[in-house]
Design a protein around this ligand. Structure first.
Ligand SMILES: Cc1ncc(COP(=O)(O)O)c(C=O)c1O
Length: 378
């Protein structure tokens, strides 16, 4: 049976050029980037080059890029690293963030930090006025994801960035603005000057790069306390031997993804349109999330009378790999907290399915998916 992978929001296959870029650092140029000998300098040079490439895409200084061992770790560093200086502080985030943000905030709440989890509207979009309403004199951080990992809705990051900037002009306590851009790296612009973000998170494996590499952009002037202590790599912000191979691969993946994003968005939009059109003809289907403010690679819907797991397994039996909620939450049969925050009832939140496409997705695969949609849903 042919296998069709439509779960790119969970992870993506590595791009051939990424594997080619990484290979020398596995076997030949395997040195530790902190060593001062020839092999060490070679590795350090490769990391520097990767840092430069990523900085170019983010329109920032290479020194503002910190490598971590996952997107989750980068999110932890951004939030915990900043919170250390504000023990009485307040964070504004959203109820639809990835667990990497939500659980980090919950951990901080145990230490006395206050957190407001702003709900999105029924379309899965967080409204700027709700963010503004949540801000208090004690707020030191606003963290809003760029695009949601379940429903693909794109949040008004630039507008929130501008709001924070405006508020900072008259505030005693400065507010920093972080965005988890892990799901936006392939299809959205990551220009931190346009977005007005102080911190931004990326993850290698969502870009067609390797798993286990995170990137945190930290604007000059933002002071973080490290979460991981040790040899003082990454200017003391993230100790641990640098994953040269993974870092090189992530830089190449970002380069490929960002240089192809306009073309890819157009191509995937066509696929998305045809899936939505097919779903509209089927009974008991509700599409979740805004159709317009949405990543071109995401389709999410609920089927009344079915559970998410039944749907995932039904598609898997036909060789099509899709998912229910996020990969981290899969398998625990919990209803989607994202859909619930959007005001969907428990039934809809327990019967959702996410289809996410990527650079390898072909039209023939989408045709096959549409054929099976009819069989499985009816
Ligand atoms: C929005 C978002 N943030 C953070 C993460 C975590 O990234 P990583 O898998 O690199 O830890 C994910 C992964 O699913 C994600 O979708």
């Amino acid at each position: 049976m042919i296998k069709i992978y439509l779960d790119y929001a969970a992870t993506s296959p590595m791009r051939p050029e990424v594997i080619r870029a990484m290979a020398p650092y596995a076997e030949i140029d395997f040195g530790n980037a902190s060593s001062i000998h020839t092999f060490g300098r070679k590795a350090a040079g490769a990391v520097d080059e990767a840092r430069r490439k990523i900085a170019k895409r983010l329109n920032c200084n290479p020194l503002e890029i910190i490598f971590t061992a996952s997107g989750t770790e980068a999110d932890n560093l951004a939030i915990k690293g900043l919170a250390e200086d504000y023990p009485d502080g307040h964070i504004v985030t959203t109820a639809i963030e990835h667990k990497a943000i939500l659980e980090t905030c919950r951990a901080l709440e145990k230490n006395g930090i206050k957190v407001t989890y702003v709900k999105p509207n029924s379309e899965g979009i967080v409204e700027i006025k709700e963010i503004e309403r949540a801000i208090t004199p004690k707020t030191f951080l606003v963290s809003v994801m760029y695009a949601n990992n379940e429903v693909g809705t794109i949040q008004p990051i630039r507008e929130i960035g501008l709001l924070v900037k405006k508020l900072n002009k008259t505030r005693k306590r400065r507010i920093y603005f972080h965005t988890d851009a892990v799901q936006g790296g392939c299809l959205l612009s990551l220009d931190t000057q346009i977005l007005h973000t102080d911190m931004l998170t990326l993850s290698g494996h969502k870009l067609g790069g390797p798993k286990g590499v995170g990137v945190l952009y930290v604007r000059t002037g933002v002071t973080l306390t490290p979460v991981i202590h040790g040899g003082g790599q990454e200017r003391g912000l993230r100790s641990g031997t640098l994953n040269t191979m993974g870092i090189v691969g992530t830089a190449q993946a970002l380069e490929s993804a960002q240089s192809q994003k306009a073309k890819e968005a157009k191509r995937l939009k066509q696929f998305q349109k045809s899936i939505f059109a097919a779903l509209e003809k089927l009974p008991n289907v509700t599409i979740n999330g805004s159709i317009t403010e949405r990543l071109a690679n995401n389709v999410n819907f609920s089927v009344a009378g079915k559970t998410s797991d039944e749907l995932v397994i039904g598609f898997d039996r036909k060789g099509i790999m899709v998912s229910a909620t996020s990969a981290c939450a899969a398998g625990n049969l919990e209803p989607s907290y994202v859909l619930q925050a959007m005001g969907a009832g428990e039934g809809r939140a327990r019967s959702s399915l996410r289809i996410t496409m990527g650079y390898r997705t072909k039209k023939s695969e989408i045709d096959q998916l549409i054929k099976e949609l009819r069989n499985i849903i009816k």
